[in-house]
Design a protein around this ligand. Structure first.
Ligand SMILES: [Zn+2]
Length: 74
């Protein structure tokens, strides 16, 4: 088992690899209270969540761009 495991970066979107801008993660990193995260106001569809790799689920947030793209799609 020498497969390279992709480390899960909680700051990065597991779908596009970009910064996810999660306020809850920022609060954890900085120790400063943050305003409620944008992700509390959007709905993540089951189809979108299904695209997140198993290892990243509940660890890395999907970014706003991917969430918007998914909700805009029919
Ligand atoms: Zn993304």
């Amino acid at each position: 088992m020498t497969a390279v495991a992709t480390p899960i970066d909680p700051d990065r979107c597991p779908l596009c690899g970009g910064p996810n801008g999660c306020a809850m993660q920022a609060e954890r990193v900085t120790g400063q209270p943050q305003p409620p995260c944008w992700c509390t106001r959007v709905t993540f569809s089951d189809a979108l969540l299904a695209r997140v790799p198993e290892a990243a689920r509940r660890k890395a947030c999907i970014c706003a761009a991917c969430a918007a793209a998914a909700s805009a799609a029919p």
